[in-house]
Design a binder for this molecule. Structure first.
Ligand code: AMP
Length: 547
């Protein structure tokens, strides 16, 4: 007989998106969603207006025959309509399935058919991409086109605004949903084999978005203006739309205008305080800002960067030259995605401070992690020993959607991340590599991330990506692909000189490849797979041997 005494709190109060939806209307009706439109102007709507449109949309979804548990796809950029879908779909009990618009056609076909999407909402600017593959979708019965542009050849298509118009005004009788019910679905893009679906619950999204409001995490609050550059089709845009809705912060959405120039202009005009994006976009923005000193980006006092290692030099340059403060986060689609955040403990801006900034940070409250070595043993948190990160917590995936083969990713309640890291005694994680990117030289490991970071601290280097090159004696040796600043005449020897003293001697690359651009993945990360295959095929340009 269990003699434990039960608490007497409202433990059954459901953690669902209904709360966030209701809160937008009741607590922050005046907060604004701003969307950049073609031509550089913006469209604005208050949370009050957006809430009304969400109710209409919910009614329209019901009329379209969307039922509890149905998957509803979105093929869209970051804009107000996508934001409305973020709430209306889960709140009618269906599942918001954000499709990554940059994937290959075969991958999209696989994903839509695997998820069995019933309806797909598509931006008019993306109709030409979707209509080509639409005939291969087996379960889609309706398309909803957002915007006034051409509906193309999409079968059974209807316009978003017509749907809303027909749905009429007035409150909508939302169904109750269980907090463990699925709310959103996003397929991972980085792994080998078929993409894997991560199925977020109302509970996981509620807790994750609450975590974005913590000061030691994203620190999002009602006084923020949040610029979500990170795509809404990838890992919930890091929880920024949900977090902004929960906090009552203004949300600024760049739609498809992700170039440095429109972004810089948007920042200068809209004065966001918080922005989230991957390092490659920040690198472009830095280059632009350096060339246009009249553009003021200094409102960004709390930018978030992640998705790939954030070069220390990038953070320093932005802070020193443009008054922009960038903090690093780590996570993955499977972790909703934010799992660690780097808020330095040191107060002085000395080396220790910058070392913490360059790490991926400490696990957020409720996230637990451990490091596991090749033999399955736990690795101590001593700041030097490395192992694979395993992670668990209430917003971490327990398994993949309709997947029989993904078991190797889960280990008795822990998610195996495939990221290699060291953790120091303060709990700061430092990713040294993806397991598949690490360079195994003579039985020892060379961290491609650390090497890239050091190469990128050279003032003439814009991008650096280190890959393993097969070597008879050492098994693998580092080859560093570099993109130089326009007009720079830096040589491989100069780069070696720069690295000497910064990394161990045996880490020095054997070879450099001066490339025009490092190829990027569908979510803007360095695509080392492409570089590796160019190396194998002998098509990697600008190679210079140095030893
Ligand atoms: P995705 O699921 O596509 O978001 O990719 C997740 C992967 O991105 C992680 O497993 C890491 O390998 C990488 N990643 C994310 N954030 C960071 C970071 N701050 N530093 C290094 N790698 C990162």
């Amino acid at each position: 007989m269990n003699s434990a005494l039960q608490g007497l709190m409202q433990d059954d109060f459901p953690l669902t998106l209904h709360h966030i939806r209701r809160r937008m209307r009741s607590c922050s009706p005046g907060a604004q969603v701003t969307t950049l439109t073609p031509g550089g102007s913006v469209e604005r709507a208050s949370f009050g207006e957006v809430s009304e449109r969400i109710d209409r949309l919910a009614r329209a979804l019901s009329r379209l025959g969307v039922e509890q548990g149905d998957r509803v796809g979105t093929f869209a950029w970051n804009n107000q309509r996508h934001f409305e879908l973020y709430f209306a779909i889960p709140c009618v009990g269906a599942v918001l399935h954000t499709l990554n618009i940059r994937l290959f056609e075969e991958q999209l076909t696989y994903i839509v058919n695997h998820a069995e999407d019933k309806v797909i909402f598509v931006d008019d600017s993306l109709v030409p991409v979707l209509e080509k593959i639409a005939p291969s979708f087996q379960s889609v019965t309706r398309y909803v086109v957002m915007g006034d542009g051409d509906m193309g050849e999409l079968p059974n298509a209807v316009r978003y605004e017509d749907l809303l118009e027909d749905a009429g005004t007035g409150s909508f009788d939302y169904p109750e949903v269980d907090e463990r019910q699925a709310a959103a679905l996003c397929y991972t893009s980085g792994t080998t084999g078929n993409p894997k679906g991560v199925l977020y619950s109302h509970r996981s999204i509620s807790l994750h978005s609450t975590a974005t409001l913590m000061k030691d995490s994203t620190g999002l609050s009602s006084s923020d203006r949040v610029l979500a550059v990170v795509p809404m089709f990838h890992a919930n845009a890091w929880g920024l739309p949900h977090g902004a809705a929960l906090a009552g912060a203004d949300l600024i959405l760049p739609d498809r205008f992700l170039g440095a120039e429109p972004l810089a202009k948007l920042i200068a005009e809209e004065r966001p305080t918080l922005m989230g994006c991957v390092p490659t976009i920040f690198l472009d923005l830095l280059r632009y800002a350096d060339g246009h000193p009249d553009v003021d980006l200094s409102s960004l006092s709390n930018a978030a960067c992640g998705g790939a290692a954030v070069p220390k030099q990038l953070m320093k340059d932005f802070e020193e030259r443009h008054g922009v403060r960038i903090f690093q986060a780590w996570g993955m689609t499977e972790t909703s995605p934010v799992a660690t955040y780097s808020r330095p403990l040191e107060r002085e801006h000395d080396d220790a401070y910058w070392d913490d900034r360059a790490k991926q940070g400490r696990p957020l409250p409720w996230v637990e992690l451990r490091l596991i070595d090749g033999e399955g043993g736990e690795v101590p948190w001593d700041g030097g020993s490395t192992g694979e990160i395993q992670v668990r917590g209430p917003w971490v995936a327990a398994r993949y959607f309709r997947d029989e083969s993904g078991d190797e990713k889960f280990d008795s309640g822990w998610l195996r991340t495939g990221d290699i890291a060291a953790v120091d005694q303060k709990g700061f994680v430092q990713i040294t590599d993806r397991a598949k990117d690490v360079i195994k030289s003579g039985g020892e490991w060379i961290s491609s991330v650390e090497l890239e970071n050091e190469v990128m601290s050279h003032p003439d280097v814009i991008e650096a990506a280190v890959i393993a090159k097969p070597d008879e004696r050492w098994a693998e040796r580092p080859l560093c692909c570099v993109v130089l600043r326009e007009g720079a005449s830096t040589t491989a020897e100069d780069l070696l000189d720069h690295l000497r003293g910064r990394v161990a001697k045996w880490w020095l690359p054997d070879e450099f490849a001066f490339v025009e651009e490092v190829p990027k993945t569908s979510v803007g990360k360095f695509d080392k797979k492409v570089l590796r295959s160019r190396l194998t095929e002998g098509t990697l340009e600008g190679r210079v041997l140095v030893s």
